[in-house]
Design a protein around this ligand. Structure first.
Ligand SMILES: *[C@@H]1O[C@H](CO)[C@@H](O)[C@H](O)[C@H]1NC(C)=O
Length: 468
């Protein structure tokens, strides 16, 4: 961490020179895994198609890694590619730079070696270390390649929300977001109570608060939950803040409610046998009706907010591509179908025109299409307070530069200096509550004070007036 921190001092100068950088693909340099420093892994040659003299296999425990010693003539941003074969199915790895910021990289399943774009790394002048650390493990690592990054092309963000009937509040929010996009980042936090905690610590209140419709879901209400997040959202709205909502949608029925999988974890795939694919297979089956019942219950809450003039960054069906929530458990097709149903029901049937629709998966095969999406986002839990540029770059590709991009849930607040150096133009970041914002392993009090008092980070006091 100390090393990363010393980097930051040099960053002011770097930010100024990023746009002056000249592309030069010939500067690409490849480092073979078998020449790295190996910890808990070994060199093999069985799988054909490797470069150099072999590849590295045996990532089977969390500390297994290959360390690459790499040099840079100056402090400079590089594109990182990883040559890998995920022959046992899709995997994830962690990339750790100079022992500090880590990022997570997804490897699609593949029977042969291929190059995977792995975001960017900001190298300091002289010696640097890049560690490829196991994470999910069980992939074959051939090499990494570093190429000096070219400057990011200008954004070309759509002028208005996709809903032609979007109300005045939604339009104003969208155009405000568009006006700051690429220039500043909105600070954000999950839960109102943690925003007060942040204010105590840093003297600043988050601009955006994210809330959950979870306890308004019928299969929870049946068991006694009483939602309070609408009232809490009104508190933040009334002081000029920006509101986001997600929805931990407890499955409509089929909750196991066992010792290991209680009814209140019923949004997890592991806690229910509710089958989204079969429920959506006909509009007459009983479970389709239950899906509509649940959507209509949330519509009641959304209408209360609409009547109070609250535009909402609405992020339902979050992390679908992870598969750990029932709406993603049967793959992309039913998840997209459910998104379109939800969008249609709320927009056309309930006339909820105060919503900006925030999609929350990265993989192209999960994307429900530009027509129903206003903003792209990702949830990323990686320690080290890095810029999360891998996911940012993937979302730029998904949205073709036309959609704004948000870090809708993070464990670690990103360092503003790194966001600027990497040109990772997240629209907002929102740190998860318990165990993350208040956990020094993810966010030290010092780090939070720096983030919340940075020029680049907008706080509640600095966004006043966005509605007028
Ligand atoms: C509805 O879902 C429940 C829970 O998974 C299941 O037991 C039931 O058979 C389903 N009903 C229909 C009509 O498919």
């Amino acid at each position: 961490m100390a090393r990363l921190f010393s980097n930051l001092l040099a960053l002011a100068g770097l930010v100024a020179t990023v746009s002056a950088r000249v592309a030069c693909r010939s500067e690409a340099k490849t480092y073979e895994a078998e020449d790295g420093i190996l910890t808990g892994v070994q060199v093999e040659k069985t799988q054909a198609g490797f470069t150099g003299t072999g590849y590295v296999n045996g990532f089977d425990t969390g500390t297994d890694k290959v360390s690459f010693k790499v040099n840079s003539d100056s402090i400079k941003l590089y594109d990182l590619t990883i040559r890998v074969a995920a022959i046992y199915g899709e995997k994830r790895t962690s990339v750790v730079l100079n022992g500090g910021a880590s990022s997570e990289v997804y490897f699609p399943a593949s029977q042969s070696f291929s190059n995977i774009a792995a975001g960017q790394v900001l190298l300091e002048a002289g010696a640097n270390t890049i560690d490829i650390v196991s994470n999910w493990g069980w992939y074959l690592l051939d090499s990494i390649t570093l190429t000096p990054s070219t400057p990011r092309p200008a954004h070309n963000i759509e002028a208005a929300p996709r809903n032609p009937a979007a109300d005045d509040g939604a339009k104003k929010l969208y155009s405000y977001l568009r006006s700051i996009y690429g220039k500043k980042i909105l600070s954000g936090q999950q839960e109102l109570s943690y925003s007060s905690w942040i204010a105590q610590l840093t003297g600043k209140t988050p601009a955006l608060i994210s809330f959950d419709f979870m306890d308004y879901t019928p299969s929870r209400v049946e068991r006694g939950t009483v939602g309070t997040s609408v009232e809490e959202a009104l508190v933040h709205h009334n002081r000029g803040g920006i509101i986001s909502f997600l929805w931990h949608w407890n499955a409509p029925t089929g909750l196991y409610d066992t010792e290991e999988n209680k009814w209140w974890s019923g949004f997890y795939t592991r806690a229910t046998d509710f089958d989204i694919a079969s429920a959506l297979s006909s509009t007459t089956n009983a479970n389709y009706t239950l899906i509509l019942r649940d959507i209509d219950a949330i519509a009641v809450q959304l209408k209360r907010l609409q009547q109070a003039g609250v535009p909402i960054l609405f992020r339902p069906l979050h992390e679908a591509e992870g598969g750990w929530f029932w709406w993603g458990a049967k793959g992309p097709e039913p998840a997209k179908k459910l998104w379109l149903l939800l969008h249609d029901r709320l927009t056309n049937y309930h006339k909820l025109d105060n919503l900006l629709w925030v999609w929350n998966s990265i993989l192209p095969e999960w994307y429900p299409g530009d027509e129903t999406v206003d903003i792209l986002s990702a949830d990323v839990y990686a320690q080290g307070n890095g810029p999360i540029s891998t996911q940012y770059n993937e979302l730029i590709t998904l949205g073709k530069g036309k959609k704004m991009i948000a870090a809708a849930e993070v464990g670690a607040a990103p360092r503003p200096e790194l966001l600027q150096a990497y040109e990772a133009h997240w629209l907002w970041f929102a740190v998860w509550g318990s165990g993350f914002i208040d956990n020094a392993e993810w966010n030290t009090p010092e780090l939070l004070k720096q983030v919340y008092n940075s020029e680049y980070v907008l706080t509640l006091d600095e966004i006043q007036g966005w509605r007028v």
